[in-house]
Design a protein around this ligand. Structure first.
Ligand SMILES: [Zn+2]
Length: 328
């Protein structure tokens, strides 16, 4: 028997009639996490409790929901069992592990192998077929130790305040901002949050995550504070209300030469919520799959890397690899 895996508007598993992270409305889809490129107004979803809470915050409305705690087996269909495992990407982010007559299949969604300050530790269950994200699938994307990066961010903030400027950390509002806020705790500097960041941080608190003190952004009192806000185009939005902003973007893409020009900011720090190249390889070694299907980012290049290392690997949905099956 074989698993049929197809890429259309998300990953489609025709044998069981479920989508994985479909990007437009479908009858039923697993939702790995609540980032906007992984969610849509599906009729039925399967997700973790924290993802369900964040999904409601981002896409209010009624839908059929199966909310599954990590590690609890669930009979998706007769003969098909699903188990969710943490993916370490953002709070509630999960991988889905399926067992059926076709064998076992693991789909990672976005994942990060290194411990995160704002997400559950990533698991690596074994599976016959592994569908994995490969955002940073080139050897040049190897991130420095996180403690080093965090020290750099804190030094940047202290220096900006000492110079009479306002340090502004540009972070995606869900996940990265909460990780950075927690990372800033040892610095003991006062922090202001953009309203969207504040909204999502409060939901994290309701879900049991603790943070150092913070307050909502207030332009009149911003002096001496660190500001965390989503990336702003140019000097628009909140940035235009800060007299002397000194900006840093926090992203894995900071590894790229010229990142500060691309993001139009003063500094760039490579703190990512994705696995880097070495951890992508390590994850495959932990899962020990018979076949790897790569998705997102440098999918084709990373599949080639895996083949060179002896794995059966293909980029999902590229060229004649649009539809295929795993030989039994
Ligand atoms: Zn994501």
């Amino acid at each position: 028997m074989t698993w049929d895996v197809q890429l259309r508007k998300g990953v489609w598993l025709p044998q069981i009639g479920w989508w994985l992270d479909a990007q437009t409305r479908t009858p039923r889809s697993f939702v790995s996490h609540a980032h906007s490129d992984h969610i849509a107004r599906h009729e039925e979803v399967l997700c973790s409790p924290a993802t369900a809470r964040l999904l409601h915050a981002r896409l209010p409305g009624r839908r059929k929901e199966t909310v599954l705690p990590f590690g609890k087996p669930h009979e998706l269909l007769p003969g098909v069992t699903a188990v969710l495992h943490p993916a370490g990407h953002i709070l509630g982010s999960s991988q889905i592990h399926l067992t059926a007559e076709h064998g076992t299949l693991l789909y990672t969604g976005d994942f990060k192998l290194r411990p995160s300050l704002a997400a559950e530790p990533c698991a690596s269950p074994r599976a016959d077929v592994l569908i994995m994200e490969t955002t940073f699938g080139l050897p040049r994307y190897v991130f420095p130790p996180e403690a080093e990066v965090i020290t750099g961010i804190i030094d940047f903030c202290r220096q900006a305040i000492a110079d009479g400027a306002t340090p502004v950390l540009l972070c995606y509002s869900l996940g990265k901002s909460q990780e950075v806020l927690r990372a800033l705790a040892p610095a003991g500097l006062p922090v202001m949050l953009h309203e969207q960041t504040l909204f999502l941080t409060r939901i994290h608190e309701q879900l049991g995550v603790n943070f150092p003190p913070y307050r909502e952004f207030d332009a009149k009192e911003v002096g001496g504070h660190i500001v965390i806000c989503p990336p702003q185009p140019g000097r628009s939005g909140l940035l235009s209300r800060i007299p002397s902003p000194r900006t840093a973007v926090i992203t894995g893409w900071a590894i790229d030469p010229g990142a500060i020009y691309r993001y139009q900011c003063h500094a760039a720090f490579p703190l990512s919520d994705h696995a880097d190249f070495n951890d992508l390889v390590r994850f495959v070694e932990l899962v020990q799959p018979r076949r790897v299907l790569t998705l997102h980012g440098f999918a084709r290049e990373f599949a080639r890397t895996l083949r060179e290392r002896g794995w059966d690997a293909l980029a999902l949905g590229q060229g004649n690899q649009l539809e295929f099956s795993l030989p039994s």
